[in-house]
Design a protein around this ligand. Structure first.
Ligand SMILES: [Zn+2]
Ligand SMILES: [Zn+2]
Length: 371
């Protein structure tokens, strides 16, 4: 029985308290589907959204970009990327992007689909007026063309959301960095993106991974996930000492690859100091505009012969391959242990506060307890 209305959390404007509302239950459009939400992640992006730190967000929105649900209803046959039929009742996630046009200069000439100006992301740039396009709700509307991804056998909702959006984002950053067998990698930042980058760096053949971040619980997670050593920036507030810490572990040269996943602009010049000559630096953590920093073009980039790369969003390919890697390597990395709390819809505001205080690594919204 489909109810007439369902509960959803609305973020109406930056700084405004979240509102729990009843909205009309969605029906699938031709070629689309409706999911019964099992769980949706809470991540740093949601905190940024609540502070209004992202430009162009069409408030009010329903937060929750990476989610898992059961297919409740479809309108026409749906298939996964290998052509397998997706029946009602299947446990799925989905590539949380719609609107990418495949026809513009960015899509066709630059082949940079994550920079397509028409691209919209569930829970971030999807206005609530367009439907239930966020996971902090009892139902999620899957628009025609949005790619459903059945969770592989053996992976649960909690396994997948323990990685959350950090899983494909960290995967993309490591791919972008071109981590090679035998590399020494420094990851700046110990949030979900940094932790997943540390995982995928190892799976790409890195010999050693070091994580620079805070707080202690996240660094403990980094060591459990295989980081050889970690540096707590709360205990070593001095930049020169942190750079020296990396040099002490790399014969004085610096790391082959440094991945910035911290979100702090000051990490950039620091990370470049941690990089060896002819090393590769990838910036993936600066998702919002945190301001300007000073970089020395001669010392940091030109003389260092550095390769410096940005990394924006992720494509379907990253989600697909990251999930396949999770399935293969879950016994080793146990992503679900990164989930430290679950919240009901009514407690979404508390979830944001606890995410902001970094007292949780990964948190879930579970709209229907027991679902
Ligand atoms: Zn386009
Ligand atoms: Zn996220």
């Amino acid at each position: 029985m489909t109810p007439d209305t369902v509960q959803a959390v609305l973020m109406t404007a930056p700084g405004a308290p979240l509102e729990l509302r009843r909205l009309p239950a969605p029906r699938p459009r031709q070629g689309g589907a409706v999911l019964e939400t099992v769980a949706s992640e809470v991540c740093g992006t949601d905190v940024h959204l609540h502070h209004g730190r992202l430009p162009g967000v069409p408030y009010p929105i329903i937060p929750g970009h990476v989610s898992v649900g059961r297919v409740l209803e479809t309108n026409g046959p749906l298939a996964d990327v290998e052509g397998g039929a997706i029946a009602t009742g299947t446990l799925v996630t989905f590539y949380d992007v719609y609107g990418t046009c495949g026809a513009c200069w960015h899509c066709l000439v630059a082949r940079a689909a994550t920079r397509c100006p028409h691209r919209r992301v569930y829970g971030i740039t999807a206005p609530a007026s367009d439907g239930l396009l966020g996971g902090w709700a009892e139902r999620i509307e899957i628009l025609p063309g949005v790619r459903l991804v059945p969770l592989p056998d053996g992976l649960s909702t909690e396994d997948f959301l323990g990685g959350g959006c950090g899983l494909p984002t960290g995967f993309h950053a490591v791919e972008r960095a071109g981590v090679a067998m035998g590399d020494t990698v420094v990851v700046q930042g110990s949030g979900p993106v940094g932790l997943n980058a540390a995982i995928f760096a190892q799976l790409s053949g890195a010999l050693r991974v070091f994580v620079v971040g805070s707080p202690r619980a996240r660094l403990e997670a980094a060591r459990r996930l295989g980081a050889e050593d970690t540096l707590d920036i709360g205990e070593v507030p001095n930049l020169e000492s942190r750079v020296q810490w990396v040099r002490d572990r790399t014969s004085g040269r610096g790391a082959d690859v440094v991945i910035e996943a911290s979100g702090n602009p000051a990490a950039l010049p620091e990370g470049l100091e941690m990089l060896r000559d002819a090393g590769r630096y990838v910036v993936v953590g600066q998702y919002t505009d945190g301001g300007d920093v000073l970089v020395n073009p001669h010392r940091h980039v030109n003389r260092r012969h550095a390769t410096v790369l940005g990394c924006w969003g992720y494509e379907f390919s990253h989600l697909h391959r990251a999930l396949a890697m999770m399935r293969r390597h879950d016994a080793r990395f146990r992503w679900r242990e990164l989930v430290t709390r679950e919240y009901a819809l009514a407690d979404a505001g508390q979830a944001l506060r606890e995410m902001e205080s970094l007292s949780v690594v990964k948190a879930l919204i579970r709209p229907q307890p027991g679902c």
